[in-house]
Design a protein around this ligand. Sequence first.
Ligand code: MG
Length: 252
Amino acid sequence: MHDIPDVLPLSKAALFLDFDGTLVRMADRPDEVILEPRIRQAIAALHSSTGGALAIVSGRQLTEIDHFLSPLRLAVSGSHGAERRGANGERDTRSAAAIPDLVSDTLQGHAWTHDLLLERKSGATAIHFRSAPDLEAETRALADRLVADHDGLRVIHGHMVAEIAAADRDKGSALRAFMEEAPFMGQTPIAIGDDTTDEDAIRAAQDLGGIGVRIGEAETAARMRFVDIDRFHDWLLDAVDWNAFNFKRRPA
Ligand SMILES: [Mg+2]
């Protein structure tokens, strides 16, 4: 175990930020989230202060992240590691395996039957049941069954969403790939997220001598935690003001 430094200058950090529930508050529908101007400004400042070593690591598609962050165009991993664009703007061409049509079509049928939202992404298919929480158990069981019946897939159970993705890509593999490239290489990785899928990135960051930060009260491997997004945002905005991350100040 590495000791957590009390203070890490931004110039030494590589920052890996989840999007939903981390940079923006959850909304009823994925397209209804709002990135506050002060958070967009903080991201731009952190991007600059880390020498460009800042990446968004999201379950969303890369193009969606670009849309929300516009006019910022950052290093991004989308679709839980299936898509990745480095700080130099180049796409990682080692594309993830496609989701079999039978799997996506079965989820589509379930979505149509129950009026749920289905998202077909590159490298993943997601079914959202936020509009019908009583269908949670049934929908999660269907996704589990489909993954059990097909090799090379995994199911990602998130907040009001079940997502099927390639088994060999996750947010941790994305973080490791970024850390092999400039300007991330040699920096101390900090991975921040609010969901179970972020644990892969949190563990990868800590394996590489960095720090994981978890938002929320769920069990986590992260060495630092904020109980809610507001406290995390306060800390992030303070980091911009101080030009450093303060790991000693750990708000309860
Ligand atoms: Mg999240």
